[in-house]
Unconditional design. Structure first.
Length: 63
């Protein structure tokens, strides 16, 4: 872990957050859709193997 020098600490700044009652009504809804899709077919073959890769699609819509 690095330690801060006095000069670095003096260069930092902070700002106040809004009051909690202001934050109470800031509703943020983001629907998330995730789809995993994979296919493997092993039909009418003796002693063989089937493998499959899965691909994922993820979508987020936020207002």
């Amino acid at each position: 872990m690095n330690t801060l020098t006095v000069a670095e600490l003096a260069g930092e700044h902070a700002e106040l957050l809004p009051q909690r009652d202001t934050l109470l009504f800031d509703i943020n809804i983001a629907p998330v859709v995730a789809v995993n899709l994979s296919f493997a077919i092993n039909a009418a073959t003796i002693g063989s193997t089937a493998s499959s890769n899965a691909f994922q699609w993820l979508g987020v819509l936020q207002h």
